[in-house]
Design a binder for this molecule. Sequence first.
Ligand code: GCB
Length: 564
Amino acid sequence: MLRPKSNSMRMVLCLDGIWTLKVNNEERPIAVPGSWNEQYQDLCYEEGPLVYSTDFFVPEKFVDKHIRLYFGAVNTDCVIFINGEKVKENHIGYLPFEVDITGKVRKGKNELKVVVENHLKMGGFPSKIPEEGTHTVGFLGSFPAANFDFFPYGGIIRPVMMEFTEHSRIVDVWVDTSESNMEEKLGKVKVKVMVSEEAMGEEMKITFGGIEKKVKLINTHLEEEFTLRDVKFWSPKVPHLYPLKLEIMEKDEYELEIGIRVISWDEKRLYLNGKPIFLKGFGKHEEFPVLGQGTFYPLMVKDFNLLKWINANSFRTSHYPYSEEWLDLADRLGVLVIDEAPHVGITRHHYNTKTQNLAVENLKRIIDRDKNHPSVIMWSVANEPESNYPEADKFFKMLYKTAKNLDRTRPVVMVSMMDTPDERTRDVALRHFDIICVNRYYGWYVHQGRIEEGLKALEKDLDELYKRHKKPIFITEFGADAIAGFHYDPPQMFSEEYQAELIKKTVELLMRKDYIIGAHPWAFADFKTPQNVRRPILNHKGVFTRDRQPKLSAHVLRKLWSNS
Ligand code: GCB
């Protein structure tokens, strides 16, 4: 699916702004994009259904165009109405969806209504804690009862756009640069284009790297290959982007920026353009005070600025796909992204056909949205599922196969906490994946207050893990809470000193291991969670505070990562 874009052939109407929210028959203003939970105190724990509405105006000359309504994301279940007519239902958050509303709008004023619910669901998304508890100790009794460690924000969280095009139009494009040859500096770029039925018989022009190809459209799918010499390969150091322009003459055009790069991996290493790369960075969240999980551009710019400042080269979109603008910036600034599906808090109650189908669908949608971003170097299908149940094997094998069938050019991973030294709790699904991603909290949830002991246990655990899988290992989480301003000597849990020491010593250990391809401290910044005894309002494992000020560990990491 192409993101709406204004150009000389396409017209985009942005519907962001102040909408009306109906709560118990009373109306009040609400910001879109944004979450309702922090705009009103009485809606902090609201799960809906709540009714959003706004008006939009269409000039007469646009009424007969092809019209597409695009939602960046709504959390979570929603029903869309145009002028009172139901046009769409959507049942997953954090991912865009479109509605073809051609012929459904009238000249002048129209009404758009969106009914949104954000119920936690046992065995669904967002996942609710099962009454009997889960493998993720500590959540039982949390309020709200989210089976994950971040606040379950609801609402229309990302931009809403309406796009007007001709009926002869470009529907999608998929670019594959994986056959490029680094030694010969040869860029081999496959471009697959999908157009609408109405475009049959038209002429399409594709321009890339100074090469122009013209094709008569006799099919809705076409494929062209471009060979570029003396290519500047995309990398964190040189994030070079080439414009790709698609045109259906006098009907439509679409331009996107392409990075030519190759990802590969073997038993021990991950390679970018044939050179080993070590992932330095963080798991993070897309959230901020008042906005909740609403798209907020200044936050993106600030976070990339801090990622560069701290000498990181990557981040994981834990635990859901972020707004696509994060990826635009990552492409442009040269930051590698592990793109995670919104599958967090999976328990044994998820292992059934209905949920598996939904998860497969979500995965297809994330790949569909993000496939052309050079910054995306890995698909993560889930975070910390209850994957020590026999049923997990089939469920995750299916997700792996789905991702692989769509995209063989990137590694597909699952982030596990269950592949432990203890055989009774061991993960049954992790073996299906290309790279072994694990979260480890030695020196925090285990070996509390004893960093050195924790490190010894970590080293033993990882050596065994490698022996078992013979695949590269990526430590996607480790860390400690530090409440900004808490100090203690000798370092004590919750002090900035303890967090800094644990992170420093863990990073040093991980960088010494030849089978480790990355170390991401958890987390980039503090973030809001459900209420429970382990969380003083926020999860304080951030290396930055929630308002993006550095803790001691940020300075330590900046130095550690400066010459590697
Ligand atoms: C984890 C989760 C993450 C939590 C973190 C913690 O393993 O993946 O969502 O926030 O631990 O701080 O406990």
